[in-house]
Each structure stands twice: as structure tokens, then as C-alpha cells.
Design a protein around this ligand. Structure first.
Ligand code: F6P
Length: 533
């Protein structure tokens, strides 16, 4: 007889009650649901520090949250959160912990497992010292001080630092330019290098594994570019962030310029580590520590707040309610904040790479949809692009709005921006009816959540990202899937390696007939197509 927590969640009484509840609630228009429930908007919102979150436009009847919290009890969510934070081997397929919360522990605190936090702190110190030296112009490259850093990395080694430096651009220190190159397509590196002074450029090779083909190919080309421009001490112009120190040394990076990662941090959870080097160099140590402090604040809340007042838990439950019970396959992230334009891309990795799974932690096929498809774009641009589908299309799409209440910016713009954001939430829920003109009617009935913060500070950004990490964990924990592996990406990588080997050695790559035909259409190409500025 399986124990309660080993049982698939769909077999629990709480799950069955939620299924029945969803059938009833799912049939009612959101407008009528909101009018009929006794809960007021203030009962369906939560304030935590600078964050104010309203989920009153979600499809929640009076009893829904109670039933979802009952599922948390049956699935021992509290214990699972404790296990994550205490360093249990929650990544069961790789037999290791997911200790990203340790990465943001303030100096002076210890944690579990013993020893890890002090190692994290000393590596952070090294990274921050190097970041300060870079920002102060105290690091020299080809005989001149470095004024540009180029982060070469992909996925979690790119999206986080790219987002944070973009979002917090107001804090960027003058005198240090920060660029990012991720794609294998040589056009990306070419475009980035054009206009840079080779003697004043430093490359950060960020790769947990130090085996990622995109990153290594770009790093080798960057080194060649330096050499072609007479920068003969290339190692002086590289740094690395990696868990594979030996491979970085072998690449030629000086050990004192290698900042360490650990196997217990997944790429998509690594912005808090030395992967944040470009952020710390660009924004400064104080801002970087504030960013960590924001995330740590959410960790403490996640660990100690009762489940019914626990923001990541409540938002994770709403995500699960939409995805698994109401069957909405996608979710749109719409920041009405230009500074968060890269948030949808960041969250699509965080959420989909974590929860895009089809077997549970015991290897059994799941009985319910897992991660929603995450997409989105910045408001108001998105209104003039795809919002038509939200208003009149045939899909239900939960939307998440994010907006600053008091940004230090032009009020004439912000007033209109705020109005646009509020109007969309209301219109998407209420809809409109033009009896004689059905083509003008909008169905409404689209659920949404609105997250408001006073302004986008490093602390707020840290809080937001940690909030998304933890609600992703809540979703996974309740479905009993492993949020911390990503085996699905391996087949494509292996197949590409085979095909390249086939191209280089002229041997068959076991490709299928369709691939063969497509390749034959492209091959042969001239051996050296690339050319760097
Ligand atoms: O292919 C997926 C992935 O492994 C991501 O999980 C990761 O963020 C990215 O590739 C980059 O990996 P690395 O940091 O090892 O180069």
C-alpha cells in the first residue's frame, strides 16, 4: 500500500474534491463569480513587504483556496518546503539538493548543510572584489584598463544577469559597458564585437558545465578575435564562472579568475551566485547585495509564513488551479514596466525547464498537465500585438500583470500606463456585449493576477525572482515532479553532436531521411563562413 505522499496526487481525496469543484466553478463567468462570492477584493490580495498582490480576478470561489490548502496538507507541502530549504536531495534523478537559497544568505548567517554557506560567502567575496576592481578600472587587458565586459553564456548562465542588468539600468555605473552573447549563431558574437576595443574587453565565460557547445564555440571565437587584434595575453582578458574548474583551466583561464559554482545549483537558479558577476560589476556591490537581500526575505517568508498567508504558496496554488484543474495550458506574463521586458524570457526558462515534465518523482507517468507554456511581452506594446486574442480569441489565458506604483519617472506617462494596465485587467475579466454587433463583443472571463511594487529596486527584483522560483517549486511539489533536472534537453544536444561529427568526418550520423534531405539542401558550405570585425 503506497504511503500518502507516494500516492499520485490525483488519487487523494483533496484532489478529487478540487476536480468536482473545478467543474462547477469553471462553468461560471468570472464576472458572475466575482459578484456572487462573499470574499471581497481585500480577502483575495496579500501584501508582503513592498509587494502587493491581488488575485481577486482569478477564478476563485469562496471555497477554492480552502480546498487547495487542504491539498497542501494532504501532500505535506509544509514538509516539502522544509526539505528544500534544509538541503534534502529534492533533485531525485541526480541525487542532490537544490541549495539556491543558500546563495542569498546574508554574511554572518549559517545554514544547512554545514559548511556550504561559508564556502558560498567566501566565493561571493572573491567575485565581488573582482567586480569592484572591474568597475573601478583596476583590471587591465591588452595593456589598457578594461572598459567592456562580454558575458558569454546561455540559458541560466545568460538570462538572469541579462535581465538584472537591463532591469536595473538606472543603477549602472558609467564607464563599464556590459554585453551578453548567448547564441551559437556567429551573428550574435559578430554584432557584439563590432565597435569594441579588443585591448579593453574582458570576456566572462559563464557555464556551469563548461561543456556547453554554444558557450565554448563563442569563447574560442572571442579568443581568436583577441589574438587577431594583437592581444597576445588572452588569458588576461578572460574570467570564468563554472563548476568545472579543471575545464576552465584547460581552456586557459587563470585560476584566480575562475569563480566557482556548485553542482547543487541549477543554471536557472544561479543568478544569485557568481553568475551575477556582470550584475555586480555593472550595478555595484551594494545593489547586488540588496538584490540578494530581497530574495532572502522571500526565502524567510516562504519558510515561516503559514500556508494561507504565504505568497509563493498562494500563487503556486493559483497556478496549479489554473493549469491542472481548469486546464489552461498557457500563462502570459505582462509587465507594465519596460525595465522588465526580459522577464517573460527569464520565466519561460525558470518555469518550463523546471516543470515541463511527464513523469513524477517515482518515474510514473503524470496524470495531469504539468508546466503551463509561459509567454508574454511588455505592456503596452503587447496590447497592440497579441491582446486581440486575449479579448476575442478562443483560448483562456491567465495573465500576470506587474507594475510599479511610484516609479521616479514622468507622471504624464505613468498615469496613462497605470490606467492601461488596470483597464486591461478589468476588460479581460468583464468583457463587453454589443448585441447587434457580435464582432465587437469581447467575452471577458480571462483570469489575471496583478503584482504592484513601489518601484523596481534591486531588492524588489530579488523578491520577484525568488517569488517565481518558490511558486514553481510549490507547483512541482504538489504534482510530485522534480523541478530541478532537465533531462529532456539531452536528446537534441546528442543528435546535434552526431550530425556535426558526420559533417566533419563525412561519416553517417544516423540521421533520419528527412534530416538527410534537409542537410543535403544546405551542404556543402564553404569551410569558413565567419568573419569577425
Ligand atoms: O540545456 C539546458 C541547460 O543545461 C540549462 O539548464 C542551463 O542553464 C544551460 O543549458 C547552460 O548550461 P551551462 O551553464 O552548463 O553552460
Amino acid at each position: 500500500m503506497p504511503t500518502e505522499s507516494a500516492k499520485p496526487p490525483t488519487e487523494t481525496p483533496a484532489w478529487q474534491s478540487l476536480v468536482a469543484h473545478a467543474t462547477r466553478v469553471g462553468a461560471v463567468h468570472l464576472r458572475e463569480l466575482a459578484a456572487s462570492r462573499t470574499l471581497a477584493p481585500q480577502d483575495l490580495s496579500l501584501r508582503f513587504g513592498p509587494l502587493f498582490v491581488s488575485y481577486a480576478r482569478q477564478r476563485l470561489a469562496d471555497r477554492t483556496m480552502q480546498l487547495l490548502l487542504h491539498l497542501c496538507e494532504e501532500r505535506n507541502l509544509h514538509g516539502r518546503i522544509g526539505g528544500l530549504l534544509a538541503g534534502d536531495a529534492v533533485n531525485v534523478t541526480e541525487g542532490r539538493a537544490a541549495l539556491h537559497t543558500t546563495l542569498r544568505k546574508p554574511y554572518g548567517t549559517e545554514g544547512q548543510p554545514a559548511g556550504v554557506t561559508s564556502e558560498v560567502h567566501s566565493e561571493r567575496r572573491r567575485m565581488l572584489d573582482f567586480a569592484s576592481a572591474l568597475a573601478a578600472g583596476r583590471v587591465s587587458g591588452g595593456g589598457k584598463s578594461i572598459d567592456t565586459i562580454v558575458n558569454i553564456g546561455i540559458g541560466g548562465s545568460d538570462l538572469g544577469p541579462r535581465l538584472a542588468t537591463d532591469a536595473l539600468y538606472e543603477k549602472r555605473r558609467p564607464g563599464l559597458r556590459v554585453e551578453f552573447v548567448s547564441n551559437l549563431d556567429g551573428q550574435a558574437l559578430f554584432k557584439c564585437l563590432a565597435g569594441l576595443d579588443p585591448a579593453r574587453t574582458l570576456f566572462i565565460v559563464a557555464s556551469k558545465s563548461f561543456t556547453t557547445v554554444e558557450t565554448l564555440t563563442n569563447a574560442v571565437s572571442a579568443r581568436r578575435w583577441l589574438e587577431q587584434h594583437g592581444c597576445n595575453d588572452a588569458p588576461a582578458q578572460f574570467a570564468a564562472v563554472t563548476a568545472n574548474v579543471a575545464a576552465a583551466v584547460e581552456f586557459g583561464i587563470r585560476p584566480d579568475r575562475i569563480f566557482r559554482l556548485w553542482d547543487w545549483v541549477g543554471g536557472r537558479y544561479s543568478i544569485w551566485s557568481s553568475v551575477g558577476l556582470p550584475v555586480a560589476a555593472s550595478l555595484g556591490e551594494t545593489a547586488f547585495l540588496e538584490f540578494l537581500r530581497g530574495a532572502h526575505r522571500v526565502d524567510e517568508h516562504f519558510s515561516s509564513a503559514p500556508l494561507h498567508e504565504n505568497l509563493p504558496v498562494l500563487l503556486g496554488l493559483i497556478d496549479l488551479w489554473n493549469g491542472a484543474f481548469l486546464g489552461t495550458p498557457t500563462s502570459a506574463i505582462i509587465p507594465y514596466d519596460q525595465r522588465l521586458q526580459l522577464l517573460p524570457a527569464y520565466l519561460s526558462q525558470l518555469i518550463m525547464e523546471s516543470n515541463g515534465k511527464s513523469v513524477d518523482s517515482h518515474g510514473r507517468p503524470v496524470q495531469t498537465p504539468t508546466s503551463p507554456i509561459i509567454w508574454g511581452g511588455v505592456g503596452t506594446d503587447a496590447q497592440h500585438a497579441f491582446f486581440q486574442l486575449l479579448h476575442q480569441g478562443t483560448h483562456t489565458v491567465p495573465v500576470e500583470f506587474l507594475i510599479a506604483a511610484h516609479p521616479r519617472h514622468d507622471a504624464s506617462h505613468h498615469r496613462r500606463l497605470l490606467a492601461a494596465c488596470m483597464a486591461q485587467g478589468q476588460a479581460l475579466m468583464q468583457g463587453s456585449t454589443y448585441a447587434a454587433q457580435p464582432h465587437r463583443s469581447t467575452h471577458g472571463n480571462q483570469p489575471s493576477t496583478t503584482i504592484i511594487y513601489p518601484d523596481l529596486t534591486p531588492e524588489v527584483l530579488g523578491m520577484l525572482l525568488a517569488l517565481y522560483e518558490h511558486r514553481t517549486f510549490v507547483y512541482a511539489a504538489l504534482l510530485d515532479i522534480n523541478a530541478f533536472d532537465q533531462w529532456g534537453v539531452e536528446l537534441g544536444k546528442e543528435t546535434a553532436r552526431e550530425i556535426v561529427r558526420g559533417m566533419e568526418q563525412g561519416t553517417p550520423a544516423h540521421e533520419d531521411a528527412i534530416t538527410r534531405q534537409l542537410l543535403d539542401h544546405c551542404l556543402p558550405f564553404p569551410p569558413d563562413l565567419h568573419k569577425y570585425p
